[in-house]
Design a protein around this ligand. Sequence first.
Ligand code: SAH
Ligand code: SF4
Length: 341
Amino acid sequence: MIDIKSMLPEEILEFTVKELKAPKFRANQIMDWLSKGVTKFEDMKNLPKNIVETLNSICYISVANIEKKLVSRYDGTVKYLFSFEDKECVEAVVMKYNHGYSMCISTQVGCKMGCTFCATGMGGFTRQLKPSEMLSQIEAAQRDLGIRISNIVLMGMGEPLDNYDNVVKFIRLVSNEKFLNIGTRHITLSTCGLVPKIYDFADEGFGVTLSLSLHAPYDELRSKTMPVNRKYPVDEAIKACKYYADKTGRRITYEYAMIKGVNDTPYCARTLGELIKGTLCHVNLIPVNPVDGTGYKPSEDKGIINFQKILSEYKVNSTVRRTLGADINASCGQLRGKNKK
Ligand code: SAH
Ligand code: SF4
């Protein structure tokens, strides 16, 4: 069956003429309905019966079903567990900011990368998400909450650059004016550092913000918590990020989850400062979200503030991230893990 929601406008046009044997204006009608979020071809009211029948026999419309929904008492952050046709589940989070709503979506069911602090990583990999399944998460949340999402972060379950073609297609679709029309400058992609793909992604020419999950400033330590580092070490990842910043003019965000007694020492702060000083970047310091079975604890406030102070001596800007939705396990992978049990 053809996944019609993963098709770009020009592909739908070609499909309408060649496969449906229908006039071109039908393509626009189909796209209008898809952009309105219809989930059945029968609901495309201005299409003749025979076209609806053909569509039903060769295509499907991907949907994300809400399996669970948690709303934070503290800040209104909403966390969803969505299921797809094959019953596989992913998580996504909607956060409200002054300037609108931001949504963190998943790009894979599970993840192959095995980071030791991450609930998703601990659960292993199941399958890739299709572009339509990434879009469906946004549409389902918009419909459920009656809002428009203005920013997207690819920071849910999965490693986006390990699902490269589907993620690139998703970015083309979601930014298309015929569909959700969310500009690429309002999209952030977070990666654990798949170096060759960072270069490819820079060369796509999107204005997407790149976020590197660094979490440790030198190889020995980073390889312990992030196995990907054994293949693509710290200096190669940083070099790729510099290329990305040069090519796109966009500031790189470095994510740094603060783990008590592991990566929060003054030595780590100085090493990090040396590593990225003078580059176009920003560091997010995030107290690690404790995941069952990891034994990791978040750093204490005092240590975080001191770490930040040392970074500022290298003129490296950083923000201590408020943890949104702490009461609903808003860091991804935890809800799905609980549901499986
Ligand atoms: N695979 C991508 C994107 C998904 S993970 C990546 O690793 O960047 C999204 C972010 O959550 C990453 O920065 C990841 O390192 C971070 N993360 C995972 N588990 C966490 C935890 N327990 N506490 C804090 N951050 C965590
Ligand atoms: Fe995968 Fe990112 Fe979790 Fe690492 S932190 S296991 S790359 S989802």
